[in-house]
Every structure is written in C-alpha cells, then in structure tokens.
Design a protein around this ligand. Structure first.
Ligand code: GDP
Length: 197
C-alpha cells in the first residue's frame, strides 16, 4: 500500500469520544519507549505524525490518524512504564482495555515488542488478555537495526518458543526498523490485504 495521505484527526482519553466513524482501524500499542511513534512515522512516511519522545510514558491519549481517507491508524498509550504512579497505570489499563472492548471497528492490533529484549511478563500478559477477549493481533519486533542479524534471529526464535508455551501457534509477526524502514512494506501490505478482503 502506498500512503497518499496521513492526517491527524483527534486525541482522546475516552473511548466514547473517539471518532464516530465506521472506517476500519488498526491499533498500535506496546510498552513505553518500544519505538511506537518512530514506527508510525516510518510506516506513514511522515517525520512527525506521531510525536517521538525521549521521555517515556508521555503519550496517554488515544490518537486517531486518517490514512488514505479510508482507514484509521490508532496510536494507543504505552503501557508498563515503571515511573508512572500506580493510579496512572490503572488509568492506562482501563482505557486501553475499554478501547478494545468497545471499539467494534478495530480490525487488528499491532503489539510492539523491542527485538532486543527477552519476553517480558507485561507483554505476555497483555497478549494473553487480547487472546481471552478475542482481539485479533500481530506482533511487530522493533528496532531490528540495533542488533546483528544472528542475535536478532536468536531473540525472535526464543520469543516464538516462549509464546508457544501458552499459544497453539505464533501470531503473525513482523520485524521492523524505523531507521532502515524494514517492515514498512510488509505491514502496510498486510493492512491493505485485510482492508480489501
Ligand atoms: P515510543 O515511546 O514507543 O513512542 O518510542 P519512540 O518512537 O519515541 O522511540 C524511543 C526511542 O527509541 C527514541 O530515542 C527513538 O529514536 C529510538 N528508536 C525507535 N525506533 C527505533 C529503531 O527502529 N531503530 C533505532 N535505532 N532506534 C529507534
């Protein structure tokens, strides 16, 4: 898919204030600092559509972007940042889970995982929750350029082994780099294929 247009629509803290639209939407989520904003900018070919930040945990909003005038890319808040208070964390949880429970037009969630890290309980628990709530999702392993190819392969194999301890099969997954644009075509084509089904 070629990105012809990408526009910011609105930021919300509440699911019921999200755009009143039937357009299919694709949500991007992951731990703070996983590289979500960089990935969104890379996918859309826009330098600062999503705001990247050196200060993790800043984005606490549901951001809607209209892509090619026919689907929404949704930037969800990062979860699991250690330095936010417990009550802030609960708020994240609440509106993240509310989003997935209520947003019928949500087609697929992309869960971002830093390819350098071992499987983290919070990501595993989050994917477990998605599975239990029948939310379709894929994994995107980010920041692939930060690893040597062998080490990257080893990490992803290890991740698959861990996932297969509790999942019957590995969800669809992609490997990305915001600096080399690795994964851009595959992820956009995947979205396009679902949109034209
Ligand atoms: P977010 O908090 O998940 O939105 O993460 P950001 O997109 O703001 O990225 C966090 C940090 O990781 C920033 O310093 C980015 O420059 C860096 N980063 C993000 N993606 C990549 C990537 O693919 N490669 C490299 N080398 N750095 C990245």
């Amino acid at each position: 898919m070629k990105i012809k247009s990408a526009e910011f629509v609105v930021s919300n803290t509440r699911v019921d204030q999200c755009p009143d639209s039937k357009l299919p939407e694709y949500a991007f989520i992951g731990r703070s600092n996983v590289g979500k904003s960089s990935l969104i900018n890379m996918l859309t070919g826009r330098k600062a559509l999503a705001k990247t930040s050196a200060k993790p945990g800043k984005t606490q909003l549901i951001n809607h972007f209209l892509i090619n005038k026919n689907w929404h890319l949704v930037d969800l808040p990062g979860y699991g940042y250690a330095k936010v208070s417990k009550s802030t964390k609960r708020t994240f949880q609440k509106f993240i889970t509310a989003y997935f429970e209520k947003r019928a037009q949500m087609v697929c969630a992309f869960v971002l995982i830093d390819s350098r890290h071992e499987p983290q309980p919070i990501d595993m628990e989050f994917m477990q929750w998605l599975g239990e709530h029948n939310v379709p999702f894929c994994i995107i392993f980010t920041k692939a350029d930060k690893m040597k190819p062998k080490a990257l392969e080893r990490n992803i194999n290890f991740y698959q082994e861990k996932m297969l301890e509790s999942w019957e099969e590995m969800p669809e997954f992609f490997i990305s780099s915001a600096t080399s644009k690795l994964g851009q075509e595959e992820i956009l084509d995947y979205i396009e294929a679902i949109n034209t089904e």
